[in-house]
Structure formats: C-alpha cells, structure tokens
Design a protein around this ligand. Sequence first.
Ligand code: PXG
Length: 461
Amino acid sequence: MNTPVRNTTAHWKALERQHHLAPFTDYKALAGEGDARIITKAEGVWLTDSEGKTLLDGMAGLWCVNVGYGHKRLADVAWRQMQELPYYNTFFKTAHPPVAELSQKLAQITPKGLNHAFYGTSGSEANDTMVRLVKRYWNILGKVEKKIIIGRQYGYHGSTMAATSLGGFLGMHKMSDLPLPGFLHVDAPYQWQFGRPGETPEAFGLRAAKSLEDKILELGPERVAAFIGEPIQGAGGVIIPPSTYWPEIQRICRKYDVLLVADEVICGFGRTGNWFGSDTLGIEPDLMPMAKGLTSGYLPLSALMVGDRVANVMIEQGGEFFHGYTYDGHPVSCAVALANIQLIEELGLVEQAGKDTGPYLQQCLHQALDGHPLVGEIRGVGLIGAVELNLPKGVEKRGEGTGKLGGAVRNAIMEQGAIMRACWDTMVFSPPLIITRAEIDVLVARLKAAVDQVQKQGFMN
Ligand code: PXG
C-alpha cells in the first residue's frame, strides 16, 4: 500500500481511519463515504478544512463555541495561567484564584439561589456528579427510598453510564444494556410529533407535563428523587416546549418534593437570549449542570450549580462528600471560562441573540422557506432553532428508516459550504452568538439551496 505524503489530507484521513475511533460514528460507513473531513483552522463563524474550503459553522462546533473562533484574548489568558499555575488540585484543602473567582461569577449570573459550583470537564461528568449528589442529599435527610430519577424521551444528558441512563435515546440504551436501575423516562413536550389534531400548544404542554405527574403517582412520590430536563431539548431536535409546560413541571416537582434539574449544557451562556434557558422559560431549578458555552469550548470545563436547598444540607449535615475528578476546577479552564464570560458581557452577545440576530434568523428562515414542499415547522428561541422536514405521507416521524431526508439535506448544505446538524429529519442550528446579519443571510441562503437541491433530486419519490 502506498503511504500518503505527510501533512496532506490523504495522510490525515488515513491516520484517522487506521487509528481513531471517533465518537458517534459508523466507522465502516464513514470509510465508504471517503472518510472524515479534516478541519484545520477557524475564525469567527468560519471553519477551514485541509483542502482550503471554508464552511459557515451553523452549529458553533457542537453547540459550544458561543463567542466564535479566534479570540486571542482567551488564548492569552490560557498562556499566562499555564505559566503561573498550569495545574493544581482542589481536593484536600487547597484552591486557587481562578476557581474561586469563577465560582463567584457563576453564582452571580445564574438564577437566584444557585450559589455553589462543583466542577468537572464535561457535561456528562456534571450529570454524573448530579446523580451522586441527589442520592447523597436524600440519604442525608433519611429519605432513603427517594432514589428514582426521571428524564424524558429524546432528552440528551451525555454518554457516561449514568448520563446515558438519564437520557431518552433508545438506540444508546440498547447498545450498552441501559438504563441503569432507577432511571425512568416520561414524554417529551414535542408537539410536531406527539400533538393531536386541533390541540392547542397550551393544552399539549399541560398534557406532556401530566406524564410526569402520572409517573410520580404510579411510582409513589416517596420513591422519586429528581426530574431532569433541558429547558429546550437540544440533541433531541431543538424541542421547544409550549409556555404552559415548564410552570406545570415546576408545580409538580414542588408538590411531590422532587428535585428539579435543568440541564443547561446547551441552553446556557446566552444561547436562548438570556444567560440561561431557565431564565427564558421561567424555571427555578434546584440543580443546574452546565458545560459547552462556559468556556465557549476553548477548553474542557463543566460545572454543576447547586441550589441553596441542597448545598446547605450537604454543607451543614453531609460530612465529607467522597466524589471528585482530578481536573475539577482546572485553573487554566477556569481562567478561560472567566475571560469567556467577560467577553460575552462586553460584546453584548446575550442581548444580541435575544433581541437582534435571533429574531432576524427566524424571520429570514420564514421568508426563505415558508410554504416550501419539503419544510414543515420552523421554530427557534434566540440563536437555537430547528426546521422540520416534511416526510412523505404515511411515513411515521422518527420511526424505522427515517433520518434519510435529514441526512440528504445535511450533506447538501455541507456541499453549499455550511454546517447544520440533522436530528433524524429535523434540521437544527445553533451558530456562534457573534454571527452577523450578513452571515445569517449566507446561512439561510445555503440552507434554502440545499433543500431545493434535495427536492429536485426527487427525494420524496
Ligand atoms: N447535557 C446536554 C443537554 C448536552 O447537550 C451533555 C449534557 C453532555 O456533555 P458532554 O460534554 O459530556 O458531551 C450534552 C452534550 C449532538 C451532540 O450531536 C450533543 C452533545 C454532545 C455531542 C453531540 O447534538 N451534547
């Protein structure tokens, strides 16, 4: 076999194929399609691949590069911190300035009552920490039967054993004999798939929330420890619940003394037009896992924000909490997170997503795609949203064999020079919050061209 020349696309692709098991990848199928695209650099909202092709990143990496690529200030902060204190742990009675200062900042910008942070390096870890902490909390209080944690269909909370169990993806469960015992799931507030003909969004929202109350009553409230939900379900297809849903969920959790966990890993740090999805949707969570936009993906870091109710019990009555990861509160990641939050503030990105570019993106999508035969619903909040593709009559949404239409549009928009993700046949987007109106025009034009191309190819037939 000829060895490809070093530092060429063929070389990197060959190394990938031979040695890298990438996440969420069908390895054989990818090799058949000509291997992974090699991304070499990025600036603003633009990625460049190893062949010099530029792509508008409509996904902010994996929903995480909120401030966009290429901010030298974040690199400088990391460089300085690496020289001063590249690592020290926060176990065993030590701490350092970046972790202390970031913790204070997070307490300031998160909703009222969330005043303590427990760190990790990924959203999955934050959720594992949450599971351990929830169980510990009820054990300290002597309510040892309160052990079940309820998630939702199409919920995504990460890929560790506990995080996969919290999530509601059957395919993921099946692969590894999950969920673990004590993890159950209720309905997603997803009207496009589960709404009844003529049902108002308000009525649908209450019906979806009722599935939680029914499940709690079926199990017995004394056995239910917590409920977890993303304010807006991201990887499940940007599922935006009707306005009645979250207030009802909040009421149910309070009534049955069930802790409420709002997973802000995607919705946090300006994505929905407020600092947190909980602000936008009116949620008052007891616990809040966050990651991604916390550092805009420049370095790995996650935090579990812990509300006073739980923190006070852990602090006053808990004794030592035997839990932690080597890189908890990593000084370089914390310094970069702090600088990233300051950058979001200085650039006014939260306001911009909520009041300017977010609504503009929705308006452009409606102008370009309303009435298109391949397009069903268009929805969004701030700079997160979705375009539902219309499946041929008789094809069940998200059933066996679906996802091909979404895959075709995703490939077509990639050819056009932009990246969007397909969740089955739901096209989703979550661009960097620095995206300009002119760049939004480009993204929407490329999506329209992609949808037109797929329609012309006669995909529906
Ligand atoms: N919670 C939510 C809401 C997430 O979206 C996690 C937790 C886990 O975070 P980590 O850092 O462990 O990945 C996530 C992650 C996709 C996709 O394709 C989404 C995520 C990760 C990878 C791919 O939509 N979300």
